[in-house]
Design a protein around this ligand. Structure first.
Ligand SMILES: [Zn+2]
Length: 212
């Protein structure tokens, strides 16, 4: 949802974009299919980067380890503890470093990612100080002072993102958030809860088909 909105925003601004989707050992490939479909609609160059062998190294998260159950989250609860089971250690730093390597090889100076305000509490790699520090490190690592790591949603909530995406015509029914990867969104994992809440906050009809 966040990445698709970001892609629409960049295309709307007339940017020529290459999109990267990462396999990092997550349980299912449903989100990869959705990413491909969105890129197809926008006629954007799309590469799937297979880092799935990371799975064994990053196995402390429910997203990368089948032995850890992805918790169902009650509708009303604050679910900080259950969200914490979905933290993949250092994930965004790993993925952004790979993206920065690709950008450097391709002569691209801007790497965008969809971190937003609502993720800040639980995911340390969605905080502004992380983004600016990583940008600094990557500039040193590539000897390119023009390289930028840009997270345009970092001060926006997921509800704000849905509002923006609706204005841009993002086909949200084609996007995928569920951590479980069934035929439909489960509606109960923390990612589905966040998705539902974002549409509710934005006051936008949620086109997602949820189970049950
Ligand atoms: Zn779900």
């Amino acid at each position: 949802l966040d990445s698709s909105t970001l892609l629409y925003k960049l295309c709307d601004a007339g940017e020529k974009v290459s999109a990267l989707t990462f396999l990092y050992g997550q349980r299912h490939e449903r989100e990869i299919q959705s990413a491909g479909a969105i890129c197809e609609i926008l006629k954007v160059d799309h590469r799937v980067v297979d880092l799935s062998s990371l799975k064994g190294l990053l196995s402390s998260s429910a997203l990368t380890n089948e032995a850890i159950t992805i918790p169902n989250v009650p509708e009303t609860s604050e679910h900080y503890d259950t969200l914490k089971t979905t933290v993949v250690p250092n994930r965004n730093a790993i993925l952004l470093c790979v993206a920065a390597g690709y950008a450097t090889a391709a002569g691209i100076n801007r790497v965008y990612y969809g971190a937003h305000f609502s993720d800040r509490g639980v995911y340390p790699d969605c905080r502004p100080e992380f983004v600016s520090s990583l940008e600094h490190a990557l500039r040193l690592g590539t000897d390119n002072s023009s390289l930028r790591i840009i997270a345009p949603f970092i001060e926006m909530t997921k509800g704000d993102i849905v509002r923006l995406g609706t204005r841009l015509g993002v086909p949200y029914a084609a996007t995928w958030s569920c951590y479980k990867g069934g035929a439909q969104h489960c509606g109960k994992c923390s990612s589905c809860r966040e998705r539902k809440r974002a549409f509710a906050k934005a006051g936008v009809m949620d086109p997602t088909g949820y189970e049950g």
